[in-house]
Design a protein around this ligand. Structure first.
Ligand code: PHE
Length: 359
């Protein structure tokens, strides 16, 4: 009997050592220690033995069982480590290699332009503020000096949501100006923010889409004046269009939330079929702006005798089209991979003032 045990142990151990993978090892385990395994069968024989025999064979069979189990565990550790090694080797990634161009996504021109704008204004000391796309009537209109029945409401082709129990209708914000209100209600001056984001109007042609993008600017302090507005816009547009100088024309205009209000044109040339910003014989309307209306300051609990400032609002899509030469706005939102590949930006090239915004 003892001999049978040693022979069995030798046989099983040899097979364990030869097992080349975890599946083979599992087969060996079942064949030895499973319900009908060779070791288990031997152990079943214990019940038929005389007490003396059992006293001798019990411990022998037990240690056989334990030795086999230990050998399997040891082999399993070795095989698992080898499997992990092989996997690590096959899944190795060299993070110092350049990103594969065909595998990389691209940054949409709108995101690129927003990043460029944030970078420029950050260098001028502006924070980036945000507000919700679904806006209350108060923030989008009333607090901006556009009370109900004000004709300016008609200019906005507003998307209204279903009225709530009180009859109040939320709107998809028609401009980024409600972020002015949110900022003044939540922060003490001095305030210096830009607010880029999505805006919505029911309008659609080659230069209008129902969803578009604006960037708002707001500066409030004790003695902020029109000169600051002009200087800020000049610094911004010069940096954005990456030219040495820009000439601006401030045209009197009307917005309920600014007084006085002006539309800003930038000098440009359309010679040779492309726009060149900086000089030339033409003017391109680029944004709306003005000094924040005292009524708006009051709606935000700021004393107009103490505080004053300027605001501007600018279409981002328009800026992107001008800078990067697309002529149909609708293509921005078609998700056409060929367009995205052509006009998109490399994800790892972050725009910085020092490194060049668009290079
Ligand atoms: N909100 C205005 C628009 O959408 C732009 C604007 C913003 C004008 C701030 C003046 C001041 O047309």
């Amino acid at each position: 009997m003892q001999e049978q045990i040693s022979a069995l142990k030798e046989d099983i151990t040899a097979r364990i050592d030869a097992a080349s993978d975890l599946a083979a090892l599992e087969d060996i385990r079942v064949a030895a220690l499973g319900k009908k395994g060779s070791v288990s069968e031997l152990m079943k024989g214990l019940g038929r033995m005389s007490p003396e025999e059992r006293k001798e064979m019990g411990p022998a069979l037990n240690s056989l069982k334990n030795d086999v189990a230990d050998a399997i565990t040891a082999r399993k550790d070795v095989l698992e480590e080898a499997a992990l090694d092989a996997r690590l080797k096959s899944e190795k990634v060299d993070i110092t290699l350049p990103v594969l161009d065909h595998a990389a996504g691209s940054v949409h021109p709108i995101s690129q332009v927003m990043d460029e704008i944030a970078e420029i204004f950050a260098s001028l000391g502006f924070d980036v503020a945000e507000g919700p796309d679904i806006e209350s009537d108060f923030h989008n209109f009333t607090a901006l000096n556009i009370p109900p029945e004000h004709p300016a409401r008609q200019d906005h082709d507003t998307f209204y949501l279903k009225p709530d129990a009180n009859g109040d209708r939320k709107v998809l914000r028609t401009h980024t100006s409600p972020v002015q209100i949110r900022t003044m209600l939540s922060k003490e001056p001095p305030i210096r923010i830009i607010a880029p984001g999505r805006t919505y109007r029911s309008d659609s042609d080659a230069t209008h889409t129902p969803m578009f993008h604006q960037v708002e600017g707001l500066v409030i302090d004790r003695d902020t004046h029109l000169g600051h507005l002009k200087g800020t816009l000049e610094a911004f547009l010069k940096a954005f269009f990456e030219v040495d100088a820009v000439t601006l024309r401030l045209r009197p205009s009307y917005f309920p939330f600014t007084e006085p209000s002006m539309e800003v044109d930038v000098q440009c040339s359309f010679e040779g079929g492309t726009v060149k910003i900086g000089d030339g014989n033409d003017w391109l309307e680029i944004l709306g702006s003005g000094m924040v209306n005292p009524k708006v300051l009051e709606a935000c609990n700021l004393d107009p005798n103490v505080y004053q400032g300027f605001a501007f609002g600018c279409g981002i899509d328009r800026l992107a089209m001008l800078k990067y030469g697309m002529n149909d706005l609708r293509a921005f939102f078609d998700a056409d991979l060929r367009w995205l590949k052509h006009y998109g930006f490399r994800a790892l090239d972050l725009p910085t003032i020092a490194g060049g915004l668009s290079r």
